[in-house]
Design a protein around this ligand. Structure first.
Ligand code: SF4
Ligand code: SF4
Length: 755
């Protein structure tokens, strides 16, 4: 819920609800609003029927029209005003900041997917769960479950489900394990009384829990990913009293089928009687608009009139539901809403037509068209779910905005309707879309449809490379040893300069030495490939007597009884990742193949594990069939168990690199860090650090922006940190003012013998 809000009204009047003086000023400046709200509240209180209607409407979730509950829940007109702003969709004022009250996220959680014989049984089960107080009960009708049967977690349920069996995903949270167990027992008993298709099996295992939640989250993707490109994803929601849940699911399914939305799926937050349903439509076709309009009219009758529910429960009214607000609320309440708008925006300049609209066809006019612009992102529904992880969000663009810009360019190119805007977009594209995307692919990890905007950017980079840059890339790919040498010389020269950049460059790395092949016990042979960032960039200076990564790795491997074998000449060997990120996939393949030859030469048809020491390179090598283990995983699983002793350091900051997040290697990094240090501080506010190979050098502001909150995660007593990529470590060292080194260097240090 909202704690405080700052707003600017249509005439420029400001209000900060957290400030006493601002509230007083507002009262003095705008007595018309204060008195107007008091009058509206008095009108409602003097009309029992209206008062009862408003009270009843907010017993369930409701976001249709203005939040009339503000006029009955509060006596202070300023509180009425600030709560009217909630859900007003920019039609009453501009919200400059909001402070929320948060709810506890308890550490102890249990999750179960429980199939029921019918929608009615499931609804009864949800009502019983409501009484025992579970945290979540997500309903999924059978047709929706059918769309996600390919997900691994569904394997255990597929054979149990009948033709019409829905399932409910239940989550219970508690502040102690003891309480959690009590609540699990209560939930099981409650459901057993109703009858379930299988015995509820609650899991506390986070991995299994996440698999079960994938089923629920997969609903969105199931419709989003199968829809024809260029069509819109239609996501609706509604709420009814919880005891009507089963009836409304059956009626809703009937309506979807009646209007030929057979692909639609129904699911939702059953504890709140809140259902979502999704389907698709191509609003460039008149017939599709008609079909949608007919469904809307039937829905309004069903939900607002028959069930006395809410046509929107979470999503907001918008233009789509504006024509149905009066039908749901009735004349009197609708008139109050118009008076609210008149009071706060008398000239109707704020989002006119949104939320209140007397045009009964407003929902099928001026509809959005999903222009196809790039195969890799055409299925994007512009939901924005991907935005929070993007390092460039708030600096240049988010993934959603990159896609939207690309679509607008395609639209303007095809239509020729605004060439000036097209040239402005083309002008800004290079910096905002191309240069400041870190290519981290973290957006794909959140996107419900799995869209990787980074892949779109990389693809465009490869299409836009000039013939000169192609020649340079080809030259570089053919002469990687020379490029490595030049890079090292350039970095050494930079280190001599009295610049900001030189201050933050790490000390030069030590040249890795080739291992001895142990012919006595070949089973202990492993290939260690020191990646180019580790060979070129070196490590930050620390107060500990640490070895650089390329030296620490072979020592650790030997200490654990392995025989590390390095390629004969590492100089110039590269997996190709830097070429891919610059838009040269052909050259990347060329250098990657050279590395493959060098590694195969060592393998000589034997099965030997290949380890590399930069998680980005490990990910790239695996994507290109060079089966490689990230050094962190190997150290954790194979080296640590063979070390004689480990004396952990006190504190360690931990940066989880984006490659490790996309390959689920983060848990290895965290576990190994916990072995090396008594206290670890994970930099949770960092998604991708934005250093992205060499972007930290050429786009330093992206790196600074991506790390702007990192200091919050750093305890004062933490004087050293780790990162699993040497280049990321450079940016972290610069911005957090403590040295970031490799985890291997720390592990080597803490596992040295006392002598
Ligand atoms: S790319 Fe982003 S905006 Fe587009 S569908 Fe995926 S999460 Fe939504
Ligand atoms: S790849 Fe990374 S930087 Fe690029 S859009 Fe996706 S999240 Fe943002």
């Amino acid at each position: 819920t909202m704690s405080d809000i700052s707003i600017i009204l249509a005439d420029g009047t400001c209000l900060d609800s957290s400030s006493t003086s601002s509230r007083e000023n507002f009262g003095n400046k705008r007595p018309d609003i204060i008195n107007g709200l008091k009058e509206l509240s008095a009108i409602i209180h003097s009309d029992k029927q209206l008062l009862d209607l408003i009270t009843r409407k907010y017993e369930i979730k409701n976001t249709v029209g203005y939040s009339l509950n503000a006029l009955i829940d509060f006596n202070d007109p300023i509180n009425m005003l600030t709560h009217l702003l909630v859900g007003s969709e920019g039609t009453l004022g501009f919200v400059t900041s909001v402070t929320y009250n948060s709810v506890d996220d308890h550490p102890h959680k249990a999750t179960a997917l429980v199939p029921f014989a019918s929608n009615h049984m499931a609804a009864k089960g949800v009502q019983a769960l409501h009484k025992v107080g579970v945290s979540a009960a997500e309903f999924m009708e059978r047709k929706a479950l059918a769309k996600v049967e390919h997900l691994p977690a569904m394997a255990a349920f597929k054979h149990i489900l009948g033709e019409n069996s829905p399932a409910v995903l239940i989550e219970i949270m508690a502040d102690s394990d003891q309480k959690l167990n009590l609540e699990i027992n209560a939930a099981i008993k409650a459901m057993q009384k109703i009858g379930t298709l299988s015995t509820p099996d609650f899991t506390k295992d986070p991995n299994i829990q996440s698999g079960l939640w994938d089923i629920r989250k997969g609903m969105f993707a199931s419709v989003g990913a199968i829809r024809p490109k260029g069509s819109l994803m239609l996501t609706e929601d509604l709420a009814v009293p919880i005891d009507r849940l089963a009836d409304v699911v059956d009626d809703l399914r009937f309506l979807l089928d009646k209007h030929q939305y057979h692909e639609g799926v129904i699911f939702g937050h059953a504890l709140a009687g809140n259902l979502h349903f999704q389907m698709h439509g191509d609003f460039t076709q008149e017939s599709e608009l008609r079909r949608f309009a007919d469904l809307g009219a039937d829905l309004s009758d069903l939900i607002s009139i028959k069930y006395k529910g809410s046509l929107k429960a979470e999503h907001g009214t918008g233009r789509a539901i504006a024509p149905f607000v009066e039908a749901e609320w009735g004349k009197k309440a609708y008139e109050i809403m118009h008076q609210i708008k008149q009071l706060l925006d008398p000239q109707n300049i704020l989002n006119p037509g949104v939320l209140l609209n007397d045009n009964k066809n407003a929902h099928i006019q001026n509809t959005k068209h999903m222009v196809t612009s790039d195969d890799l992102v055409d299925l994007c529904v512009e939901c924005g779910v991907c935005e929070p992880v993007c390092p460039s969000a708030g600096f240049t663009l988010t993934p959603r905005q990159r896609i939207a810009v690309n679509r607008e360019q395609a639209h303007l190119e095809n239509s020729g309707e605004n060439n000036r805007l097209l040239s402005e977009l083309n002008f800004g594209f290079s910096s905002a879309v191309m240069d400041t995307c870190a290519g981290c692919s973290l957006c794909a990890t959140l996107c419900p449809i799995g869209i990787d905007t980074g892949a779109m950017v990389l693809n465009k980079r490869s299409q836009q490379t000039s013939s000169l840059s192609k020649r340079i890339a080809a030259l570089a790919a053919a002469n990687t040893p020379l490029v490595e040498n030049i890079s090292k010389i350039a970095l050494s020269s930079l280190r001599l300069l009295p610049s900001d950049l030189s201050k933050n460059l790490p000390t030069p790395p030590q040249k890795p030495k080739r291992g001895e092949i142990n012919h006595q016990d070949k089973s202990k042979d492993v290939i260690y490939f020191p990646a180019c960032p580790s060979r070129i960039f070196g490590a930050a200076k620390t107060s500990l007597d640490l070895l650089p990564l390329t030296k620490a790795m072979p020592i650790l491997l030997k200490r654990a009884g392995f025989n590390p074998i390095l390629p004969n000449k590492t100089q110039g060997l590269c997996c190709g990742q830097p070429f891919v990120s610059k838009g040269f996939p052909k050259e990347a393949k060329q250098v990657g193949e050279k590395l493959g030859v060098a590694l195969n030469e060592i393998k000589n048809n034997r099965q030997i594990k290949i380890i590399t020491d930069a998680s980005t390179c490990a990910k790239h090598m695996n994507q290109n069939d060079l089966q490689t283990i990230d050094s962190v995983e190997f150290l954790l699983k194979e080296v640590v168990p063979r070390l004689e002793h480990i004396r952990p350091i006190e504190n360690l900051a931990v940066h989880l690199n984006c490659a490790s997040k996309t390959t689920k290697g983060s848990s290895h990094t965290k576990t190994l860090a916990q072995i090396c240090s008594k206290n670890i501080a994970v930099l949770n506010s960092v998604t991708c650090c934005g250093y992205a190979g060499d972007k930290g050098i050429f786009q330093p502001k992206l790196n600074a922006h991506a790390l702007r909150f990192a200091a919050i995660d750093l305890p004062e007593n933490c004087k050293i940190g780790i990162s699993t990529v040497s280049t990321c470590a450079i940016g972290l060292t610069k911005h957090l003012q403590i040295p970031f080194v490799s985890l291997a260097s720390i592990l080597e240090y803490v596992s040295r013998s006392k002598s």
